[in-house]
Design a protein around this ligand. Structure first.
Ligand code: FAD
Length: 444
């Protein structure tokens, strides 16, 4: 089935097989399990609307002709969120990238705007974003809201569902495509919902007064000292921070640009973004934990060239994969009080099959050492043995090896999301097969 392309203008349609194939993929290949399942999935063609009117016309046609629609930002998601499972059309929103309004404390922008461009524009007003993913150079704000969770800034401002989205303009896939403005609790049926409940065309996010951030890398001989000191930084209300990450040795040896700053290959690192006025104190206090500053990027060079965040969040996994394709990863929440003990239990059981990478973040108001551990992949069975062990000891996993919304965890409001999908997408055209029947997810 093919929609009458002329209606949306041939200049907005991509049909070349190799480009369509490329735009049907995201970063699912981080997971050997997803790689196997999603490798051959492909849209029939891609629409890249250059205006909201064209987008609306394309969606109306898809409804009329019952064509599956998968929305795409930059396609940097890790769980195959943007992969069309049943063909149809991928709608790439990167041309809908205009600023609508930046005021004191808020920015309202089109969903396809790249996050780096957004932060640049917000900087002009002496303000900055609260949270953003480490893929900010490519990723779109609509893609982050629909498929991401948190990132740089989350140690202070929490995740997407912690007040970091104020309003969204959404198009539905009802018989006649409707536009809705969504605020408050209802936003939770769109955030991290993989575009299964509607198409976000505009997002309003909170912004904060701009800070001069210094980037710092501190090296430690012992992981527990690195972890304890990172916890002090993350917990302390005295110090203003945007990023607090810890990586266990030998992960730092995967970071080629940082490797030359290290004295040996057994160093564990903390990577931080800290307010300029607090930087001196941090470096001084690190000495009490036998931590040594090995690399500093001054505030004047913030976001010029490669930055510290390029080694954090899921960029850590990317560096590991570049070093050895056998690595994959997990996402989990360690306990604030017993995190180190949990990690010791894991080490005892699995040894160097697992390397720890922790991002400090707030989730629903609670400070959490969130794990993005590297796993040396052996088999699906072994991976789920590891996941089961993490869950057993209370280091609960948000499984990144599934494309099914809800099966991955994150404590989503699945019942409300399912209800919203039925309301907004009665013909089940949006991102088919990503939202399993609610009852199935609950195992009923
Ligand atoms: P896409 O991948 O294009 O889309 C994501 C999902 O949202 C898909 O389901 C898509 O269908 C849907 N979607 C996209 N736009 C819309 C829209 N306007 N309306 C409705 N649905 C839409 N994630 C984090 O949260 N934090 C990180 O720090 C982080 N680091 C990463 C590092 C690396 C190296 C990689 C590869 C990934 C990382 N990710 C991270 C995952 C991903 O990069 C982010 O979530 C990013 O924000 C996704 O944006 P995108 O524009 O690429 O979205």
């Amino acid at each position: 089935m093919k929609m009458s392309i002329e209606t949306v203008g041939t200049e907005n349609v991509v049909q070349e097989a190799d480009v369509v194939s490329k735009l049907s993929k995201d970063y699912y290949w981080y997971s050997p399990i997803l790689d196997k399942k999603l490798n051959n999935k492909k849209a029939d063609y891609v629409i890249v609307p250059d205006s909201e009117e064209t987008l609306k016309a394309a969606l109306q046609l898809a409804v009329n002709e019952k064509i599956p629609v998968t929305i795409r930002g930059a396609g940097t998601g890790n769980y195959g969120q943007a992969v069309p499972m049943t063909g149809g059309v991928v709608v790439d929103l990167t041309k809908l990238n205009q600023i609508k309004e930046i005021g004191e404390g808020f920015a309202r922008v089109q969903a396809g705007m790249r996050i780096r461009d957004l932060e640049k524009n917000v900087h002009i007003t002496d303000q900055e974003l609260t949270i953003y993913p480490s893929t900010f150079v490519k990723a779109t704000i609509g893609g982050f809201v629909s498929g991401g969770s948190g990132g740089i800034g989350s140690v202070t401002w929490g995740n997407l569902w912690d007040g970091n989205v104020l309003e969204a303009k959404v198009l539905t896939m009802e018989e006649t495509v409707q536009e809705k403005v969504v605020t408050g609790e209802e936003l939770l049926t769109y955030i991290h919902s993989y575009g299964t409940t509607g198409i976000i065309t505009e997002v309003t996010i909170p912004i904060k007064p701009k800070t001069r951030w210094v980037q710092e890398v501190i090296s430690f001989a012992h992981f527990h000292e690195a972890f304890e000191f990172s916890k002090i930084i993350a917990e302390s209300p005295r110090w203003k921070k945007r990023l607090v990450s810890i990586v266990e040795a030998p992960i730092p040896t995967f970071f080629r640009p940082l490797k030359k700053m290290m004295q040996n290959h057994e160093e564990h690192l903390i990577l931080i973004e800290i307010a300029e006025e607090d930087h001196g104190q941090i470096v001084e206090q690190a000495l009490n934990w036998n931590g040594k500053s090995i690399h500093t990027i001054g505030a004047e060079d913030y976001r010029k060239g490669i930055g510290i965040s390029d080694f954090t969040w899921n960029h850590t996994t990317l560096w590991a994969l570049k070093a050895d394709k056998k690595w994959t990863y997990l996402q989990n929440f360690f306990s604030l009080e017993k995190g180190l003990a949990q990690m010791e239990q894991i080490k005892e059981r699995f040894g160097d099959e697992i390397l720890f990478h922790v991002e400090w973040l707030k989730d629903r108001g609670k400070l959490i050492p969130a794990g993005l551990p590297l796993i040396k992949y052996e088999s699906k069975e072994r991976l789920y043995e590891i996941i089961d062990f993490f869950n057993e000891i209370g280091a609960s996993v948000n499984d990144p090896h599934t494309y099914l919304l809800g099966a991955g965890g994150w404590n989503l409001q699945l019942e409300a999301i399912t209800k919203k999908k039925r309301e907004n997408d009665p013909f089940d055209l949006l991102n088919q097969e990503k939202l399993p029947a609610y009852d199935a997810v609950k195992g009923i």
